[in-house]
Design a binder for this molecule. Sequence first.
Ligand SMILES: [Zn+2]
Length: 113
Amino acid sequence: MNMNADPNTTANAGMVFCRVCGRQIHESAANCPGCGARQLLAGESEKLVLPAFLLCIFFGYLGAHRYYAGKIGTGILMLVTAGGLGVWVLIDLIMILSGSFTDIEGRRLKRWV
Ligand SMILES: [Zn+2]
């Protein structure tokens, strides 16, 4: 047994913990066998597309969708540039719709609801 192992990492390769009930499940499982909760895929954000989409549509010039994704810095930058005079907001909107928009940790927003 490796005593230097980080206790927060899973002991078994390819196993992760359900983000709802904490049960150990395989990383490829789409749903938890225990509680049925849908699991995040690798590189998938827990943030949802729909709120980001609505925030971008209505408050995109304020950078609201970027605050939602945790991107406070670029959100403020978007606020003071009025969404890059609308161009930046439009680009973000396309990114959100295409599933390419990422949160602060670089994970893509894939789920709508
Ligand atoms: Zn579960």
